[in-house]
Design a protein around this ligand. Structure first.
Ligand code: ADP
Ligand code: MG
Length: 253
């Protein structure tokens, strides 16, 4: 609300990396699939924002991405749409929890993990992702601290394709053997700079190291941040490969 997206047309966009997939000017050029096309219309989104125009084709092409853009630029849809499209196209399949139903010993094995710094943000990402996944088979769960864990556990038991989580609660779930990250194909860090400011860097590194198995297909990693300080540059160097760097507007470091 209240955001003048037309004004964004004047905002400079810079990309670097080898063979960067070209931006699109419309959501419907993207081949996201008819379910997502319908849900985008239902959300009232008419045109993609600059970060969406550039980031969505990059993610859909399977490339890693480091994207810097200010708050309010539409980063949530920039990563949610291509992840949901990829899951629906069955590129990485749906994920079933391991262990017998109702046994209390099921382990959720999401194919996508979205990490973010706060409970509020996790709730917002969960809501937005659910709107895009409306009437599809894609199941989204959210996990954050400061609330009892039981409801989150029940939701994970039912099976989850996309898990939106804050780092502290995620470690708790992994330690309780309720979540395994071995099937994670899409890893997104949202507001990476804020997570580092909050002291989550060691936790995040520990979590990322638990994604994937030696035999599984290569993980696709997307880092989103408002700023690009040296700590984020190091994180990108350590966990992204052959990535596209995208910056929208003036970005501080
Ligand atoms: P950021 O994560 O970059 O701060 P958000 O993803 O939270 O930005 O988006 C900011 C607001 O803009 C949200 O209310 C979102 O629903 C809305 N929005 C995002 N993309 C579009 C679009 N293409 N058209 C219309 N509204 C959009
Ligand atoms: Mg955001």
């Amino acid at each position: 609300g209240g955001i003048n997206f037309d004004a964004y047309e004047d905002i400079p966009v810079e990309t670097s990396g080898s063979e960067v997939p070209p931006p699109v000017s419309s959501f419907f050029q993207l081949d996201l699939g008819s379910d997502l096309d319908t849900n985008i219309k239902r959300c009232g989104y008419k045109n993609p924002t600059p970060v969406q125009k550039h980031a969505i084709p990059v993610i859909m092409s399977g490339r890693d991405l480091m994207a810097c853009a200010q708050t309010g630029s539409g980063k949530t849809a920039a990563f949610c749409l291509p992840i949901i499209a990829g899951i629906l196209k069955g590129r990485n399949g749906f994920s079933e929890p391991r262990g017998p139903r109702g046994s209390g010993s099921r382990v959720a094995t999401p194919v996508a993990l979205i990490m973010c710094p706060t409970r509020e943000l996790a709730g917002q990402i969960h809501d937005e992702a659910n709107k895009f996944a409306n009437r599809t088979r894609v199941r989204i769960a959210v996990a954050y601290g400061g609330v009892p864990i039981y409801q989150q556990l029940r939701c994970l038991e039912r099976g989850v394709d996309i898990l939106v989580a804050t780092p502290g609660r995620l470690v708790d779930l992994i330690d309780r053997a309720k979540v395994s990250l071995q099937k994670v194909q899409y890893l997104t860090l949202d507001e990476a700079d804020r997570m580092l400011d909050m002291g989550f860097e060691p936790t995040i590194r520990r979590i990322i190291e638990q994604t994937g198995m030696p035999s599984s297909p290569v993980r696709q990693t997307m880092l989103f941040s408002a700023t690009f300080p040296s700590e984020i540059q190091r994180l990108a160097a350590d966990f992204l490969s052959n990535y596209v760097y995208l910056t929208v507007g003036k970005v501080g470091s």
